[in-house]
Design a protein around this ligand. Structure first.
Ligand code: SF4
Length: 202
């Protein structure tokens, strides 16, 4: 079971394969491995203690960043992830922690959970993916339908108050130049930097 894996100078944590989206570009759709790991499909979800043990074994101080990512949406296990973050903060206060998320946390729990991220992360990277609810749904096929985009966007606006660095990301190959420009405009308006990333096919 692959709980942690390494990409470049980052130590990645894979806690769940659950997700509220089914994105067209998801690496989950492209075989069982990614980034040189044998398999990021978990036969069962590791306990929070198993995740914490795997992180200690991998020695996060040897990497530039510890990143909660997936094969899945980490906030589907919000309590467990925040517990693990607390362990990391106490044991390795110098380790930088990032969360890659689809931004659905408040939708998942049916309430504003942004304040719970305070002190846990240095960086949140939120997948913007598209410039409108309709275009988002066409790419991401969320279980929340058209509400997913606004839920994600308002979570980003709220969580900025609690996390030092919040960025939006989009995948260049899935956007027209006009859509990309509109994403940039939305990000500028929200005061959130935009990272344009390339599609990674496994
Ligand atoms: S939000 Fe992330 S994990 Fe979920 S389907 Fe999209 S790319 Fe995959």
């Amino acid at each position: 079971m692959t709980i942690t894996y390494v990409v470049e100078n980052g130590l990645y944590v894979n806690m769940t394969n659950k997700c509220t989206n089914r994105c067209d570009f998801c690496i989950r759709k492209n075989g069982d491995g990614a980034y040189g790991s044998d398999s990021l499909w978990l036969e069962r979800e590791p306990s929070r203690e198993e995740v914490w043990a795997a992180i200690q074994q991998a020695d996060p101080t040897a990497y530039g960043e510890l990143i909660f990512c997936g094969y899945g949406e980490p906030t589907c296990r919000l309590d467990d992830m925040l517990w693990v973050c607390g362990q990391v903060r106490r044991a390795y206060p110098a380790v930088k922690i990032r969360l890659n998320t689809n931004g659905h946390a408040s939708l998942i729990y049916g309430e504003d959970v942004a304040a719970r991220f305070a002190g846990c992360f240095d960086v949140l990277s939120i997948s913007l993916n598209a410039p409108s609810a309709e275009e988002y749904d066409a790419i991401c096929h969320s279980k929340y339908g058209l509400a997913a985009f606004d839920g994600m966007f308002s979570f980003a606006s709220r969580v900025k108050e609690y996390v030092p660095q919040v960025i939006f990301s989009v995948v260049r190959q899935f956007l027209s130049p006009e859509a990309l420009a509109e994403c940039q405009r939305l990000c500028d308006e929200a005061g959130v930097p935009l990272k344009v990333r390339e599609y990674i096919a496994d």
